[in-house]
Design a protein around this ligand. Sequence first.
Ligand SMILES: [Zn+2]
Length: 628
Amino acid sequence: MAKSSADGIRWDLGDLYSSISDPKIEADLKMAKEKARLFESRYKPAFQELLRNMSSFPRKRESRDVDPRFRGNDEKKIALVDVFDLEEVLRAYIDIVELSTRPSVYASLLFSSDTKKPEHGAFIQKMRTRATEIRAHCLFWEIIWSRLDPSVADALSKCQALQPYEHYLKKLRSFAPHVLEEGEEKAIDIKENTGSRAFSRLFDEVVNNITFRVNVNGKIEEKTESEALALLHSSDRALRREGHRSLTEGFKENARILTYIFNMILEDHRASAKLRKYDHPMAGRNLDNEITLAAVENLIRSAKSAYPTVERYYRLKRKILQLDKLYDYDRYAPISERDPHCEYQRGREIVRTAYHQFHPDVGRIIDQFFTKKWIDAELRPGKHGGAFSCETLPSLHPYILTNYADRVRDVMTLAHELGHGVHQYLARPVGVLESHAPLTLAECASVFGEMLVFDKWMEQEKDEEVKLALLSSKIEDCFATVFRQIVMTDFELKIHFAVAENGELTTEKFCDLWMEANRPMHGAAVTLTEEYRYWWIYIPHFIHTPFYCYAYAFAQLLVLALYEKYKLDRDRFVPGYTKLLSLGGSRTPEELCRLVGIDISDPEFWNLGLSLVSKMVDQAEQLAAKHV
Ligand SMILES: [Zn+2]
């Protein structure tokens, strides 16, 4: 295992428990189970009675001046509502969630510290089972809540004490028109395991087991998907081309079964949309993301109109790489042979300075992560790969895991995870039910943090070749999170509509639609090979989480716009932004964005972020003009 300058930077999980054998773990679980049992016996009959009585009640009338026939019922309804204290229910529920989450969080962090230890695996499994047992006692109330007559739900939730939970309660109910009868839901859930979930797993098993055969200097080497994809980042063009060829070959060999899986997932999606009365293939996802179809369509339209920026950058890249044509397999080629190193202490200072300059209060939060040992950064055998920030519990603080290997990318990752960390830290007061930011905003603080550090670094860096390399990797990051995601959403819409119209699609039809979605973005700057036709086949989002992709574009463009606002008027921006973060998921994305003066329903809004991407390409052109 390679050593890095982050050796010895380990977290201290003592704020959760002292060790795997801490008696407090069992005590917490026992208490949570006891409270959950009590919760069920105390509230379930009341909820059920509420539900039974509601079904015979007439719908609430708009005006107070109701038909005399309903008056009696209304009085009865109000009497029922009066004896029902929803705030008490929620407080009891939150208490159980907090108590039962703590051991699970500890188990998963301990497991990430060293995934090889068998006792860690067994511990995490045991904690999961215990948490499921506890959850089973509490499930009833959310289901019943979403099924209550709106007038009753309104009456129950309309009081001052429930205001902090308003959004949570409302969101649960927003799915009501699409929820089926309890028996139907249970049956669907059981059959899903052999339906769409089974096809999802089959997809993973097929794709993860393809062996890609790469010819390296006349010798055939067998590679996994990520190893083969890594070849596309090589500075050796022949290797890039060979990587691309071998990937295509692997995809094509499995095209028959993967086409079938795609068709089944599309049919399944269509069937459930019909059962649940969704009027558009994206409707379920949009409801969960709390965003309207019109706003998503506007995002797609705006991003598409900025495709010429992508073309312009790839023309520049072709020039820098001194190629006469830029092919699809050249897109990820490195711009510079030089890979600057950055030791942990220096990286830490760059990140700290950037956050302190943003705001001293935020800087002080960041400092705690370093001084109080909330970060695990060293490389060690058995440690979880990649990076994450775990929010733990509102009564605690987040923990960050990263694998710091002295590359520039690792400094950006540290900035990214600390962005999540600040967001999670600030959102603690809204409590465990509302602290998770919505999907479209979940990557907001992290990407914003990367921008802060990127800007700071660009400002300090004297070597123009390094500057150009930093800038182009930032631009390519933006392309991957904005334009590529829009191309994928466009493709996904095309295949969903095509199946609705014509039934099952052939592999060739998928290929055609994939190229149709890709060509406008690459324009004349990138020559897409015949091989590229098959590159839809391995993308898991289409299978696991339909219509997930646009959320990435949303977050990235939002951050660029936020960053532009920040640069224009720092003093006005900072309080609104920290307020946005501190509200976690307790408001809709639209309400949260309004705090920083952003109206995401404004058709012009996305152009702000898109123009910033264009400006970065301008800057790259200027830097390159001096050197190429
Ligand atoms: Zn992230």
